[in-house]
Design a protein around this ligand. Sequence first.
Ligand code: C2E
Ligand code: MG
Ligand code: MG
Ligand code: MG
Length: 292
Amino acid sequence: HAKAAGRNTYQMFTREMHTAARQRLAIENSLRSAVANDEFVLHYQPQVDPANGRLVGFEALVRWQNPENGLVFPDRFIPVAEETGLILEIGRQVFEKACRQAAAWREAGLPPVKIAVNLSARQLRQPDLPETLSAIMKSCGADPGMMELEMTESMTMERPVESIRILGAFKEMGIGLAIDDFGTGYSSLSYLKLFPVDKLKIDRSFVKDIEVDPDDAAIASATIAMAHTLGKKVVAEGVETQAQLEFLVRHGCDIIQGYLFSKPLSAEEAELYLSKRGEEQGDSTRMRYVRE
Ligand code: C2E
Ligand code: MG
Ligand code: MG
Ligand code: MG
């Protein structure tokens, strides 16, 4: 009896593994054709100076526009892309699109705005990443001053000495640097001091309950104070409510990103938002959260 049950468990296990492996292979294969067929699009989420409601930058967020599945969000495919190495080509395409967009907006005479692009762990492990990105900027006519790179705390802390070198190279090129999801990884403050980054981004998990959870409030306000002492600016991500905004502003947070001001926008919507940058971004122009 036990033997039979064991065999069933075994069969079920292999069947599940088989299905998971097949699914993964399917994603991998369609990702490969997505790379070849240029199926990635960027959406742009505004970053706002809370002192005046003005747009200061956009974070470029990749979406996979798939003919069968529609718009696929990064959490669904970035991990597979990372495992298979396809992330290197996807990351290149993303950076190139962001550079083209920055150059196009400048050419159209729109107000200057920074575009932040997310890097993956595997990209950061490429010793020639600064040269690769520099070549892309040149070919697109994008100035390094228009671009910013976001990498997570855990990514940079994984190989801190190499990170210092590579971040230093970006800094020298004039590209802006931000540490993403700050507070979620383990951080060595002595290394953080040596990273030539301009900004820390407080992870949205701390922002969520910021006005009710004293621990989250303490982490957020301590992060802001520490960043300022180190000469860095602070971006809060995932800001959805007026109460969260008020807490962050009261504690000196420099830049706000989140559904309260705007969801991530298509390139066309972002251009419209950018063209209104000089005007008051009052409640009427503030786009409240609607599912992308
Ligand atoms: P992230 O870099 O921390 O990006 C912020 C995520 O928070 C985005 O999700 C954004 O849409 C979402 N978000 C923004 N405001 C709010 C808000 O007020 N409330 C809530 N609940 N969420 C908000 P998204 O676009 O799904 O991206 C998820 C993650 O995928 C990103 O996290 C980033 O780690 C990764 N990712 C996105 N684009 C790229 C890319 O081009 N390359 C790489 N390597 N990773 C990317
Ligand atoms: Mg990011
Ligand atoms: Mg983030
Ligand atoms: Mg985050």
